[in-house]
Every structure is written in C-alpha cells, then in structure tokens.
Ligand binder design. Sequence first.
Ligand SMILES: [Zn+2]
Length: 79
Amino acid sequence: MKFIQYRIGDIVQLKKKHPCGSQEWEVLQLGSDLRIKCRGCEHIAMIERPKFIRNTKKILNRDMNEKLDVIARKDDEPE
Ligand SMILES: [Zn+2]
C-alpha cells in the first residue's frame, strides 16, 4: 500500500497563513512535535504532529497531494 510520510526538507503548504503572509513551511525535524521553518520570514516554530497534519494542505515537493488523508492514518509507521 502506498502512503506518504513527512520527510525532512519537505515543503508543506498549510491552511493557515503565517503573519508574514507565507503559507509554506519547510520541515526541519520530525517527531511528536515537528520543527518547521517559515519560507517567508525564516521563523522557526514547533508544532504538534496532529495539528500539523490537520493543517497541511499540500506537500509541494510531492506529486501525490490528493492522498493527503492517508498521511493522517499512516504517518506514525516507522520508516
Ligand atoms: Zn513567516
């Protein structure tokens, strides 16, 4: 079965805009909290994984974006 996992270096478009106007974040570190960097202003933030998954609109560097719902169920599987 195919599924998507977040990877370090992924560029993710979130539903919520950062105050700087950017919706794009780069994944810096994975875990139960993810460390992400705003591509607009380089602000670094920690975000809980479930919240991040809920807020993810697209992973911009993948071509399987229509399968995003699969992430929520499969993302916790070990690599
Ligand atoms: Zn920003």
